[in-house]
Design a protein around this ligand. Sequence first.
Ligand code: ZN
Length: 556
Amino acid sequence: MTAPSSSSPTSPLARGLVLDNANVITVDASAPRAGSVLILDDRIVGVGESGEFADVGAASIDLDGLTVVPGFNDAHNHMQAFGAALNEVRLQPTVVGSVEALVAAIGERADRTPEGVWIIGTGYDDNKLAERRHPTRHELDAVSPDNPVLLNHTSGHFCVVNTAAMRLARVGEREVPEGGVVDIGADGTPSGLLEEQAQLLARELLHPRPMADLVDNIGAASDVYLSEGITSAQEAGVGGILGTVEPVEVAAYQQARRAGRLRIRVTMMASVEALHPIDHHPDDDEPFALDLGVHTGFGDDWLRFGATKIFADGSLIGRTAAMFDDFEGEPGNNGYFQMPEEILHSLILKAHRAGWQVATHAIGDRAVSSVLDGIEAALAAHPRDDARHRIEHCGMTRASDVDRIAALGVIPVPQGRFINEIGDGMLRAIGSRAPDCYRQRSFLDKGIVLPGSSDRPVVQGAPLLGIHDLVNQRTGSDAPFNPHEAITVEEALRAYTLGSAHAAFDENHKGSIEVGKLADLTVLDRDITAIDPADIADTTVVSTMVGGSFEFGQHA
Ligand SMILES: [Zn+2]
């Protein structure tokens, strides 16, 4: 392109910034590589050869050949919950390898926690504990008789509580919420394991959390995200996810933004539980929205409402996802829906009619198919161009449903990192149906938009780990995971940038390095398209720019 003409010190370009001598991967198909980027305020105003903007009078940073990519955008994560988890007892498989070690970690925290205060543990995975089972309440009672304990399973679909927590939650005395199960142990009493909606019984005691804690959680998460090159994230459900209702979560995001703690851009999906009918003129369809009719798109470049989030089913490793056929080795168990399918379909219809983008969590093949039925019916009854309804995870997809996803313009939102961290457990749960699991290549080959996302804190959220796994397709035990679904590094990078932007109606101002787009960039220490793909995960984020300002790293 042509460079802007040289400017006097009073020209607006005097306050511009040139990133020069860089290896720019633009993710713009019309000009895939560049050598320098000119930035004015929060926008990209020039993309050209190295040295092209040397004379425009702007400040310049010589990147000495470092690689620049568009800032990463995580299309599905739980940012506030991740921030909260930073202060909880860490029970990830990399930290504790057995029920015994897990119980010891809880005991250690109980010893320095005042009596009666809740102890929360996070990230355990029964599939990866040596005993291959969930801990029990009796084991937790032995180390924490007086403090209520709640352990979050890595999937978010289970928790385990001890007896003190069970008493507070009156488990056994109260009705179990629909779509949930209170597990009964060998002794005929609750084992402490609460599945899916039954988690509400205990979790509702922990919420709402104080505003100051929510702001701290968002701030802590924002710092981590910047260090990983993330400049935008899509929060998958404010206002209530599986019993973690936070009535003032949106206010907390606003407060974090005002206080300078939220330093990345966030699109918030509103939990469908937060929507309600609103008074309206008889000529209008009944609104199904947040107060005052707020729906998808309200907000600004920093904080905005995206889709509404609905839960159709559970998880593969927890064997609670709604499947057509039984889970491997468990005759009679093909999972379940979190609500009757008629209600699921009516929620999709009402939200669609009210103008929402609808993002439905569906992991089992039966759930994916049923959500597509709901979307198909909603679009038929109330046609709307470019609705971009999403299926979060889209874990198991039959070939015929890949075609329906393409035909309906639906965006599947899979998580590449699942392949590594829970891939072995998923393969055990589905056996010979593995080829339907976490498709990527099949989606792209049908022209379907593919975003990049992590579902953090379910698994680690660094986008370079996600890109690594989308390309390498290997489980934690190094077993191949659907190698035919592998995508190229360029495609994975595009997913984590332009694909994610598209999934949030943001492709016109985010996701690629083009004139007019927001200056959200990530500087890497190597060109991930030019190295052995097995080394992508070792890439270092050198610095991260959001809105024209370096917020992390060497250039901040
Ligand atoms: Zn999620």
